[in-house]
Design a binder for this molecule. Structure first.
Ligand code: GAR
Length: 204
């Protein structure tokens, strides 16, 4: 069965959504392993509670990247579990070249804005501060830039006048929980082609 690995640093609501879509039969995939750089990530508890292998792998001495030695352990762990697609779900570190080389074209990410607007951290706050009327979320392939890879799916969320960053983020997350499982389904069923930067989706 098509096997994914999930990397998560935080509360794991996207992991939860993926698991629910596996349970409902919408996704015919296996979650081989969930790895976190944060020993207290709720994502690890969600994985364990659902009988999924959950690993904390120390990130090493840096704040925004994985220590190269540690990054090798992430790659080995994903390989050991037969992972074909790596799904970043709130993983708050930048992946470097050896990781890309190991999983070239097979790493995807969910980002809480309509890219290319508002890459980086707290995109929902950036959207409010900028005053945009619509924001949303994006599933994209990961390349070596920050939130710059080819876009697979996007969903739009209106920004309301009385929105706080937290409220906007929660509404964006409702859409994340729909489009991330859908993107995984499309990839697992080989319904996606990439032409230059454009991701073309076969009928589904
Ligand atoms: C999600 O909103 C995701 O888009 C964001 O972190 C959150 C994780 O939530 N990712 C980024 O900002 C990456 N730049 P979760 O732990 O509940 O899935």
């Amino acid at each position: 069965m098509f096997t994914i690995g999930v990397l998560a640093s935080g509360k794991g609501s996207n992991l939860g959504a993926i698991i629910n879509h596996v349970k409902s039969g919408f996704l015919k995939i296996k979650i081989g392993v969930v790895i976190s750089d944060n020993p207290d990530a709720f994502a690890l508890e969600i994985a364990r509670a659902n009988g999924i292998e959950a690993r904390y792998i120390e990130p090493g001495r840096y704040r925004t990247i994985l220590d190269p030695e540690q990054e090798k352990k992430y790659v080995s762990c994903l390989r050991e579990h037969g992972v074909e697609l790596v799904c970043l779900a709130g993983f708050m570190r930048i992946i470097k070249k050896p990781f890309f080389d190991a999983f070239e074209g097979r790493i995807i990410n969910i980002h809480p804005s309509l890219l290319p607007s508002f890459p980086g951290l707290e995109a929902w706050k950036q959207a409010i501060d900028h005053g945009v009327k619509f924001s949303g979320c994006t599933v994209h392939f990961v390349d070596q830039g920050i939130d710059t890879g080819p876009i697979i799916l996007q969903a739009v969320v209106p920004v309301l006048e009385d929105d706080t960053p937290e409220r906007l983020h929660l509404r964006i997350q409702e859409k994340e929980h729909i489009i991330y499982p859908l993107a995984i389904k499309l990839i697992s069923e080989q319904k996606i082609r990439i032409e230059k930067r454009r991701v073309l989706i076969d009928e589904y």
